[in-house]
Ligand binder design. Structure first.
Ligand SMILES: C[C@](O)(CO)[C@H](O)COP(=O)(O)OP(=O)(O)OC[C@H]1O[C@@H](n2ccc(N)nc2=O)[C@H](O)[C@@H]1O
Ligand SMILES: Nc1ncnc2c1ncn2[C@@H]1O[C@H](COP(=O)(O)OP(=O)(O)OP(=O)(O)O)[C@@H](O)[C@H]1O
Length: 299
C-alpha cells in the first residue's frame, strides 16, 4: 500500500484550544512522494523501516509499539474486537522524517488500509476516517488525498475541486523539526489573534484549470515565522529558492522542508539544478495533487 506525503498550500492557525491543540484552517495537497507499506500476518507486532533514498534519515523512527504504523494496526484490530491479531509491517520510506510532510501519518493511513484488506474487514470509509483522526491530525487527509480543506485540529477533511497541475521542488533539511516545538514557538510569538480563515477566492481559483502559479498570491503558512525563529537558516533557503527562479517559496507544514513552486516540470528541474549549484543538493521534484492511500467517501 502506498501513501503520499502532504503539503499545506494554505495553513492558518488560531489560538490554542482548551485541549492544547490549535484550531486550523488549511488546504492540504497530496504530492508524488510516497512511503510504501507492506503487511503480513504475524504472532506479534513488529515494524521495520527501510530507507533506500539519500534524502531520508530513518534512524530516529521507532521500531517498537510507539511507531504510528503499529498504533494504527492495533487501533484497527481493537475496533473490530480482534485484539489477538498482529502483523509484521514494513515501511519503505521516501518521505522525510519530521519534515512537515506527514510521513508518519502516511504510514498510519497505509497500514489501516493494508490491514483492512489483509484481514478482509471491509471497514467503512467513515470508520477508517474516525480511526485515522484518533491517530493524528494529519492522518485522515492521508486517506483522502487529492486537495482538501482541513478544519478542527486538521482532522476534519473535505475534498475540494482542484483543476491544477502543480509542480514543486522539495528542499530537504538535514535535521527534523518537532511539530509541538513549532506550535509552542507560534504561541510565544503570540500568533493566532488574526483572521486565519481560507479565502473563498483561493478555492474558487483552484476550480479553474491552472498551473499553480496563478494561485500563488493565496499561498500562506502561519507557522513559518515560528519555525524560522527556531531555525533562521530556513528563511535563507526560502530566499535562495526565489533567487533560483521559484515562482513562490513556502514552508511545508511545521517545517523544516521548504517548497519551491515552479511553472511546470521543466522549470522545476531547472530550479533544482540551480539550487544544487548553490549547495542545496538534497531536493526532489514532485507534482500534485495525487491520490490518497485509499479513495474514501467524505462529506
Ligand atoms: C503541522 C501540521 O502538519 C499541519 O497540517 C499538523 O498540524 C500536524 O499534524 P500531526 O503531526 O498529525 O499532529 P498530531 O500528531 O495530531 O499532534 C502533534 C502535536 O502537534 C501539536 N498540534 C497539532 C495539531 C494541531 N491542530 N495543533 C497542535 O497544537 C500538538 O502539540 C500535538 O501534540
Ligand atoms: N512511522 C513513522 N515514521 C516516521 N516517524 C515516526 C513514525 N512513527 C513514529 N514516528 C515519530 O514521529 C516523529 C514525527 O514523524 P513524522 O515524520 O510524521 O513528522 P512530520 O512529517 O513532521 O509530521 P507532520 O507534518 O504531520 O507534523 C518522528 O520524529 C518519530 O520519532
Amino acid at each position: 500500500m502506498r501513501a503520499p506525503a502532504k503539503i499545506n498550500v494554505y495553513l492558518g492557525v488560531g489560538k490554542p484550544r482548551p485541549d492544547g491543540f490549535h484550531p486550523l484552517e488549511t488546504v492540504y495537497q497530496a504530492v508524488s512522494l510516497y512511503d510504501d507499506v507492506t503487511v503480513t500476518s504475524a504472532d506479534e507486532w513488529s515494524v521495520t523501516t527501510v530507507v533506500d533514498v539519500p534524502h531520508v534519515d530513518g534512524s530516529s523512527v521507532p521500531d517498537d509499539e510507539t511507531n504510528i504504523a503499529i498504533r494504527a494496526g492495533k487501533a484497527l484490530a481493537a475496533h473490530h474486537r480482534l485484539d489477538d491479531r498482529a502483523a509484521a509491517i514494513e515501511v519503505r520510506k521516501s518521505i522525510p522524517v519530521a519534515g512537515g510532510m506527514a510521513g508518519g501519518s502516511a504510514d498510519a493511513a497505509a497500514t489501516l488500509v493494508a490491514l483492512d484488506r489483509l484481514w478482509n474487514l471491509d471497514t467503512s470509509d467513515d470508520e477508517l476516517l474516525a480511526l485515522a483522526a484518533g491517530l493524528g491530525s494529519d492522518v485522515p487527509f492521508a486517506l483522502v488525498g487529492g486537495t482538501a480543506t482541513g478544519t478542527g485540529r486538521g482532522e476534519v477533511v473535505t475534498r475540494v475541486e482542484d483543476n491544477g497541475a502543480w509542480w514543486w521542488v522539495v528542499v530537504f533539511d538535514d535535521e527534523g523539526l518537532s511539530t509541538p516545538s513549532v506550535y509552542g514557538a507560534y504561541d510565544l510569538l503570540e500568533g493566532g489573534g488574526h483572521d486565519y480563515r481560507i479565502r473563498p477566492q483561493m478555492l474558487e481559483a483552484m476550480r479553474t484549470p491552472h498551473r499553480g502559479v496563478e494561485i500563488m498570491v493565496h499561498l500562506y503558512n502561519d507557522l513559518e515565522d515560528a519555525a524560522f525563529s527556531l531555525r533562521p537558516e530556513l528563511q535563507t533557503v526560502a530566499e535562495v529558492a526565489l533567487e533560483c527562479g521559484a515562482v513562490y517559496s513556502l514552508m511545508s507544514g511545521s517545517g523544516p522542508t521548504i517548497l519551491a513552486l515552479a511553472d511546470g516540470a521543466d522549470d522545476a528541474r531547472a530550479i533544482a539544478g540551480r539550487l544544487a549549484e548553490r549547495g542545496y543538493e538534497r531536493t526532489t521534484v514532485v507534482h500534485g495533487p495525487v491520490a490518497g492511500a485509499h479513495v474514501v467517501a467524505y462529506s
